[in-house]
Design a protein around this ligand. Sequence first.
Ligand code: ZN
Length: 208
Amino acid sequence: PGGRVDCSQVACVALTFDDGPNSSTTLQVVNALNSQNIPATFFMLGSMAQSNPSVVATIAANPRFEIGNHSVNHPNLTTLSSAQVSSQITSATATLTRLSGRRITLFRPPYGSHNATVDAACRTSGQAVILWSVDTLDWQNRNAATTTAKAVAGAKAGSIILMHDIHPSTAAAVPGLINQLRAKGFVLVTVSELLGAPVAGRTYTQRG
Ligand code: ZN
């Protein structure tokens, strides 16, 4: 359904939103995206999804949105045992699958922190390890104009842009940020559209 984008031919960029969903700013982000029919990928925490099942359902109901795994409760996975790492990944997968009806094929490690244990657990769970190439530092600056400027200045063909849908400043940034990226000729896509068919257990920071 809809026009499939060929990211080998056009300048694609993927917006990604981590650490939600919540029932306020996440819905603001969703509304901003929907009003311009823009796809995005949400890397959800199992704990947040569990607390906000209707928001997960709202996102899952839109085929333009992709849902990825961001662990149960955001530990630094490299400090955990292999059993604990597996539990963080499989438990969040179970929650997200149950609440969204989607197959979960992408994992973003909290803090981008991963090692061979994390990668092996992702491979077993059928999930690619998705990092980013543009960090808006939205969690730190908490400023819509700064977040927008970092996203737009950093974006290149194939970029994965990191943001967090739990901050009001980020939600406020989304409409303008979309306009500026499109004005520069970028086509916004999901992470899976950007990467083609990402391989489970392999790490990606951008396309190519
Ligand atoms: Zn996070």
